[in-house]
Design a binder for this molecule. Structure first.
Ligand SMILES: Cc1cc2nc3c(=O)[nH]c(=O)nc-3n(C[C@H](O)[C@H](O)[C@H](O)COP(=O)(O)O)c2cc1C
Ligand SMILES: CC(C)CC(=O)C(=O)O
Length: 380
């Protein structure tokens, strides 16, 4: 096609350059960056490329069923929005646009404790299940308050992030002296725990100084009891990458695990999530559901994670790309593209039901160039 209106993106990756064009450079680099050399960001993508799909034929795929149950709630698709701070950085409506977009697919959203809209407003806009993500703040009284508010607003689970005793060394954030603009804030936290967020300092990220001041790095296994004593909501741990930790968590009776390396933003050099998934699934042995995030950009990535035992996957950056490019409609398009691609992949591999997805669907194969890192829109 030449001239005229630009074509609507057909893939999730095409939203990245559209978002970059809309966002201030510092915000773009905050969203996109990883820790250190960003080797884990790349590894997350590369791991998907090392698996090939073994399609089965002569199966009736006239109807493919994507709906599922996660933590007891029905969802339209085994795909949700990973917790991300400050969606207002991407679009004015922030998390309200996100949950409306996710709601159009009955997909779950994990709302960050650092959301830029209030839990109550987010809940009022949501149609899919909401889970609340927590960081372990020194101020346990503040945690207690946010948990109570989330419960009252109808949130369905708590997700404790366990890979962030401190922030990873995010060089892009530091180089841009990243800080929040004055109109964006952690709306659910009182002023006593929001210091530093708006202060610019060259060569350092305000978010990192904020985390150093307010996130308690002493969090350990024995603290989980306290959190569970505060709530009846299911407790999910986010950021587990090993069989050892997965077995321990399952023994303690947690209600779910997210295999995650925080999108490569924490420990540079950490295992790719798809590579960690099989050992975690094996160690858990069906005692609780296992979820995955990190580098999910195509329906076939979702298919591969489900085949290796994830019950659902979560998507991070692409949702912010969609929001930045086209607000709620952009986020909706990102999620529905992944949904439609997953359905195509199920039909074309002879798997009309999510139950058909198991490890026999996959073979280890040579990496493909398209998965070796960031790839922009197709040429032409
Ligand atoms: C801009 C941004 C903000 C994030 N904020 C949080 C957060 O507040 N809490 C959290 O547990 N994870 C946070 N994450 C990590 C995501 O939940 C998720 O693990 C990761 O983005 C998944 O990888 P993907 O971006 O490749 O899909 C954030 C990620 C990004 C990109
Ligand atoms: C405000 C940050 C701690 C949010 C986060 O987890 C991230 O940027 O990866």
């Amino acid at each position: 096609m030449t001239g005229g209106t630009p074509a609507r993106p057909l893939t999730v990756d095409e939203y990245a350059p559209l978002a970059q064009a809309q966002l201030p450079a510092a915000t773009w680099h905050y969203v996109e960056g990883g820790a250190g050399t960003e080797s884990t960001v790349a590894a997350n993508r590369a791991a998907f490329g090392r698996f090939r799909i073994r399609p089965r034929v002569l199966v009736d795929v006239a109807q493919c069923e994507l709906s599922a149950t996660v933590l007891g709630d029905p969802v339209g698709v085994p795909l949700g929005v990973a917790p991300m701070a400050y969606h207002e950085l991407a679009c004015e409506e922030g998390e309200l646009a996100t949950v409306r977009a996710a709601g159009s697919l009955s997909a779950p959203t994990v709302v960050s404790i650092f959301a830029s809209r209030t839990f109550e407003d987010i809940a009022a806009a949501a149609a899919g299940p909401l889970w609340l993500q927590l960081y372990w703040l020194h101020r346990r009284d503040v945690l207690q308050k946010v948990v109570r508010r989330a419960e009252a607003a109808g949130f369905r689970a708590l997700v404790l992030t366990v890979d962030t005793p401190r922030l990873g060394r995010r060089l892009r954030e530091a180089r841009h002296g990243f800080h929040l603009p004055p109109h964006i804030a952690a709306r659910n936290l009182d002023g006593e725990v929001t210091g530093f967020l708006h202060d610019r300092r060259d060569g350092s990220s305000a978010l990192s100084r904020h985390a150093d001041a307010f996130i308690d790095p002493s969090l350990s296994w024995s603290d989980l009891d306290w959190l569970r004593s505060q709530t009846r909501l299911p407790l999910v741990l986010k950021g587990v990458l090993t069989a050892e930790d997965a077995a321990h968590a399952a023994e303690l009776g947690v209600d779910g695990l997210v295999v995650s390396n925080h999108g490569g933003r924490q420990l540079d050099g950490a295992t790719a999530t798809l590579d960690a998934l099989p050992e975690v699934v094996r160690a858990v042995g069906g005692r609780c559901p296992v979820f995955l995030d990190g580098g999910v950009r195509h329906g076939t990535d979702v298919l591969k994670a489900l085949a290796l035992g994830a019950q659902a996957v979560f998507v991070g950056r692409p949702v912010l790309w969609g929001l930045a490019a086209d607000g709620e409609a952009g986020a909706r398009q990102v999620l529905s593209t992944l949904r439609d691609e997953l359905e195509d992949a199920m039909a074309l591999s002879g798997c009309p039901s999510l139950k058909d997805l198991d490890p026999t669907l996959l073979a280890r194969g040579p990496a493909t160039a398209a998965h070796d890192g960031f790839h922009g829109p197709a040429e032409g």
